[in-house]
Write a protein that binds this ligand. Sequence first.
Ligand code: CA
Length: 640
Amino acid sequence: MVACDPQKEAPYWFDEMTYSPEETVFKVFAPEHAQCYVVVGSDSVKMDETGLTPDPGLTPDPSPTGEGNNGEGELEGSVYQAVVKGDLKGKEYELVVNGVASPGVFAKAVTVNGQKGVVVDLRDSDPEGWADDHGMHPKDYAGWVVYEMHHRDFSINRPDAEHKGKFLALTEPWALDHLKELGVNAVHILPSYDYGSVDETRLDEPQYNWGYDPVNYNVPEGSYSTDPADPLCRIREFKQMVQALHNAGINVILDVVYNHTYDIEHSNFQRTYPDYYYRVGSNGSGCGNETASEKLMMRRFMIESVKYWIKEYHIDGFRFDLMGCHDIETMNLIRQAVDEIDPTIFIYGEGWSAGQCALPTEQLGVKANVPQMPRIAAFSDDLRDALRGPFSDDTKCGWLGRGASATDEETESMKAGIVGMISHPQVDYSQVNYSKEPYALEPTQMMAYVSCHDDMCLVDRLLASIPCISQNELIRLDLLAQTAVFTSQGVPFMLSGEELLRTKLGVHNSFESPDSINQLDWTQRERYPQVFDYYKNLIALRKHHPAFRMGNADLVRKNLQFLAAPVGVVAWQLKDHANGDTWADIIVVLNAQRKAVQVEVSEGVYTVVCSDGCIDEQGMGQVNGPTVSVGPQSALIMYK
Ligand code: CA
């Protein structure tokens, strides 16, 4: 057993290709006594077994319990190395282990479809001013406002987009203006590393995929570049995208899918070290090909890959796909390694798996174990499903659709979501739909959302689950749902296009649906200006008022008090200038009933800032306590 020191800089295993004009050094980690070659152009050069383990920092674990940073299993393998003289810039290469060729596991530049590695000087890919580029991270995690998007969905149907479906679309004024106006401060881009399900040589044909099928983890996807055959193009354009977003004050969060690969047989892991990186026979990913984060070198790979995206591409946050397939120790080591670079980088993930994992649940990064992963957040399916209905049945509604017949479970799950899944004296977790105990130590360990790329988008779900819903009701409930999300003490997250009243025409799993299903319809922004304005003003309200984002469990317990309310209504008060807010007392009432309701509040004169599907921070009139009326299927927010 050997320990893993995440503080070690660039262990040489991962520098599979180190270029200089005089020579290029190639390395690969492979089983002991393997026959290894690097094929560069037409030359095949033998790689010598160094006898060294991959990382000089990997030393026997001194802790007497044997616990701590151990990876599982004995590390049997060696680093092989070849030094090839001459200027190899631009040359293609493959690393060949026991007769099997691959670009290696940590290629940084590849040919079309990621088939071969390419010798590059990464500095050639830096756009002008790149050295000065950086994100603008909120000072605490409660300040993030996350917008989840797919490159193709966002721009493919935008008439004035120059680079439809490409990284570069996010450098264009229309895109940046839209995001800035909406007020989000982070885009979470669906998989943008090199994935396998889109053929980069046939981009003139319609192809679509979300991209949850990784091939080269540390190279941008070619189909989102203007020229996948030019190895530097995708790298440069990805950086241009990051730089343009950063210049617009928008951070970039990468969706990382370390839990499985496109397949096992042809994966770069398998081709360099057969059967090492996988939990063979386990299917926690639901896609097969489940990787083994608990194994030393897989763990190390994940840590180094995350660090690489931060350092080379200036990434500001990470969303871990099926975090519940990864072990807790690995997630904590990643958090620790990221902290060494910048503790304001935000990390969250899906606190579940898609099937049964080979590891015991108590070792996995599932929601229930979030208390053991400080400063890592997990999506709240509790809040999501309380609002819209269960993931298992699209035709069932939740609190939004049920109104006056809402269940105690829905109401209590809503309250748990509002406080950010922390322990709170007024929330009875025994009645919460999924989490029977608070899973968050701090409210910023909960992602608040009602829809994401998975499942139906919000409009489709409301249509599918509420019979005979009118267009007016649809809009009211849509806005009400997002009011719960953006007034939650968790970290708000929204699916791209919801601000345009997006529909995917009822498609539940659109991972390979055509553009006609997935694309945003930009004409809807003019058709439903009330919707966009409400989203925009809601985000601004949260941004301007720290009471909505206390970011601290004790503060939330002290300053957030639920009020008595009828069934189908959740009401609370943010009191005593919560978190330094200029407003002394803020009342939020969410009413899912189809009629207006009365709610008792403390005496006084209140200024209304949100009512009946409109928001105006400057005030929309005044009302007097102690009894206030809240319009049907809408939110009331007011302060004194
Ligand atoms: Ca690809």
